[in-house]
Design a protein around this ligand. Sequence first.
Ligand SMILES: C[C@@]1(CC(=O)O)c2cc3[nH]c(cc4nc(cc5[nH]c(cc(n2)[C@H]1CCC(=O)O)[C@@](C)(CC(=O)O)[C@@H]5CCC(=O)O)C(CC(=O)O)=C4CCC(=O)O)c(CCC(=O)O)c3CC(=O)O
Ligand SMILES: NC(=O)C1=CN([C@@H]2O[C@H](COP(=O)(O)OP(=O)(O)OC[C@H]3O[C@@H](n4cnc5c(N)ncnc54)[C@H](O)[C@@H]3O)[C@@H](O)[C@H]2O)C=CC1
Length: 202
Amino acid sequence: MTLAPYAPAAPLAPSDLAGSPAHLPAGAVSPGMTSDVAPTQADSFPLALLLEDKLVVLVGGGAVAARRAAAFAGAGARLRIVAPTLHPSIAELLGPQDEWVQREFILGDLTDAWLAHTATGDPAVDAEVAREAEWRHIFCINAGNRDAGTAAVPARATAHTPTGRVQVAVDSGDPRRSVAVARHMQDELESGRAPLHPRRRR
Ligand SMILES: C[C@@]1(CC(=O)O)c2cc3[nH]c(cc4nc(cc5[nH]c(cc(n2)[C@H]1CCC(=O)O)[C@@](C)(CC(=O)O)[C@@H]5CCC(=O)O)C(CC(=O)O)=C4CCC(=O)O)c(CCC(=O)O)c3CC(=O)O
Ligand SMILES: NC(=O)C1=CN([C@@H]2O[C@H](COP(=O)(O)OP(=O)(O)OC[C@H]3O[C@@H](n4cnc5c(N)ncnc54)[C@H](O)[C@@H]3O)[C@@H](O)[C@H]2O)C=CC1
C-alpha cells in the first residue's frame, strides 16, 4: 500500500476539461464535454467487466466505497482510493499494487483509470469526479446519484460451482428492488433447479 500522497501524472486545471485529454492523440476523442453530465433515463446495458490488473479509482473511503472496493478487488482490479479518511475494511484490503491518496479529490486523480467510482456524500464533489471521467471517456459510478454518473453496480446473485462462478446481475434503477430480485435469484441458484453444469467443450 502506498500511503504517500499521489502526485497526479497530469494535474488538471478546471479549464483543461474544455479540451481533449492530453495523453490521447488529437482527433481520437470528440472535442470537449458538456458542463453537465446528462441524465441516463434510457435503459442501461448490462456488461461483465474483466477488471484483472485494471486501475479502478474510488473517490471517498466510507462504508459504501468499502463494499465496492471489496467487490472490485475480488475481480482482480488495482485500486486507488482518494479520500481524507479510510474505512478500516478498505485499509485491510489494500495490497502493494494499491494506493491510498490521503486527501480530498482534485482534478487529475483519474489519471490511468479504467473505471471511476465516487461515494463522497457530497454531490458537488461527486459531480466533479463524474465530469473528469466524462472528459476522459471512462465510465463513472456515482453512488450518491445514479443519474449523475454513467454506470451503476447491479445487485448480484452468485453460484460457486466446481467449474467456476455463475453470476446473475440485477439492475432496475431502484436499489432495494434490485436487491429483492437478486435475493430471489440467489434462492433459485441454490434450489438445485438451475442448470449450472458446464456446457462448453474446451
Ligand atoms: C445507483 C446505485 C449506485 C451505484 O451503482 O453505486 C445505487 C444508489 C443508491 N443506493 C441507495 C441505497 C441503498 N443501496 C443499497 C444496496 C445496494 N445498492 C446497490 C446499487 C446501487 N445503489 C446502484 C443502482 C443499482 C440499481 O438501480 O439497480 C447494490 C444493488 C449493489 C452494490 O452496492 O454493490 C447494493 C446491494 C448489495 C446487496 O446485494 O446486498 C441499500 C441496502 C444496503 O446498503 O444494505 C440501500 C439502502 C441504504 C439505507 O437504507 O440507508 C441510495 C440512497 C437512496 C435510497 O435509499 O433509495 C442510492 C442513491 C440513488 O438511488 O440515487
Ligand atoms: N450505492 C449504494 O448502495 C448506497 C449509496 N449511498 C450513497 O453513497 C454515498 C457515500 O456514503 P457513505 O460511504 O455511507 O458515506 P461516508 O460519509 O461514510 O463516507 C464518505 C467518504 O468520502 C470521503 N470524502 C468526503 N469528501 C471528500 C472529497 N472532497 N474528496 C475525497 N473524499 C471525500 C470521506 O473522507 C469518507 O471517506 C452517499 O452519497 C450515500 O447517499 C448510500 C447508501 C447506499
